[in-house]
Ligand binder design. Structure first.
Ligand code: RIB
Length: 313
């Protein structure tokens, strides 16, 4: 198996409006959609669409959404042997607003996702022993995520989203790769904001000091930067392709991580700037299309580029 995701599955309720509302304001929207989301499942489906053999370990409610979600994951060819519908629980939901310029606000109520536990790691040893890449996020209990990262012997990617002000150092140290966006990196490191490559470099230095082995910070339209503890003096920027019509940025970070997991499982010897360049392309495709998982491409929908521009910061 290529990619194992231990994490969240959430149903998205998405309202589209000309702009995002201010606090206390009511706005007329022009469209409403429901979709399958949750950072874990999004990342899993992104990898599966590209052709990865995937499995997911997750918790759903014993409601209609739980049944629909299970059916949906099967239709995306995800192994759901360890996706469980939990009695008396509701499936996690996300309330999402998307503006015409593609920005979003998200509130999650994770419901059954809270029941994912360290015991689930022990129960699914077969998957942990056979996967090449493990992907985790922070929408499920931290103790379970930590256990999953500790138990896994291959390449693990921890997406520290949603970000915490005090991310446990054990989590930061346990993953092979820490992957987060610029807002999450600012919160995690205590940096004021990250709006330049120089600020991103400072945040990466801090994350390496906090014990991260390898760090990737995604920067939206500016692409991504990375640093590795084995080359502590080297900080690389990989620009992203320009998107002329940004439609919906929801899930673009998940598209990046799912793609990274796919490319890492298929091309483990490729240099990182190429893997990240390829993942940038998948994220760029996603922001040009509406919806979260609905916007993730198949392999044939992204160009077969293998050389990507990169620069040292
Ligand atoms: O990253 C986007 C995702 O965040 C949405 O699908 C929503 O469910 C939340 O988990």
């Amino acid at each position: 198996m290529d990619v194992l995701v231990f994490g969240s599955a959430i149903v998205d309720f998405v309202a589209y409006a000309s702009r995002l509302p201010k606090p206390g304001e009511t706005l007329h929207g022009h469209e409403f959609k429901t979709g399958f989301g949750g950072k874990g499942a999004n990342q899993c489906v992104a990898a599966a669409r590209l052709g990865a053999k995937t499995a997911m370990i997750a918790k759903l409610g014993d409601d209609t959404w739980g049944s629909k979600y299970l059916e949906h994951l099967r239709s995306e060819h995800v192994n759901v042997d360890y996706v469980q519908k939990c009695k008396g629980e509701t499936t996690g939901i996300a309330q999402i607003s998307v503006s015409d310029s593609g920005e979003n606000h998200i509130i999650i109520v994770v419901g059954a996702n809270n029941l994912l536990s360290a015991e689930d790691v022990n129960k699914s040893k077969l998957l942990f022993n056979s996967a090449k890449v493990l992907v985790c996020q922070l929408e499920t209990p931290l103790s379970a995520t930590l256990e999953a990262l500790r138990a896994f012997k291959g390449i693990s990617i921890l997406n520290t989203a949603p970000a915490l002000e005090n991310t446990p150092v054990d989590l930061i140290k346990s993953a092979t790769i820490l992957c987060l966006n610029e807002t999450e990196a600012a919160l995690t490191t205590g940096c004021d904001k990250i709006s330049s490559l120089t600020q991103a470099k400072v945040a990466m230095e801090r994350l390496l000091e906090m014990g991260a082995k390898n760090v990737i910070i995604t920067l939206g339209p500016a692409g991504a930067v990375y640093a590795r503890r084995e080359d502590p003096e080297i900080f690389i920027h990989v620009p992203a392709p320009r998107v002329s019509n940004v439609v919906d940025t929801t899930g673009a970070g998940d598209a990046f991580i799912g793609a990274l997991a796919y490319y890492m499982s298929h091309f483990p010897d490729f240099p990182w700037h190429q893997l990240i360049g390829a993942a940038n392309q998948v994220a760029a495709y996603s922001v040009g299309h509406q919806g979260t998982q609905a916007s993730f491409p198949k392999l044939e929908q992204v160009t077969k580029q293998t050389e990507f521009e990169w620069n040292e910061i």
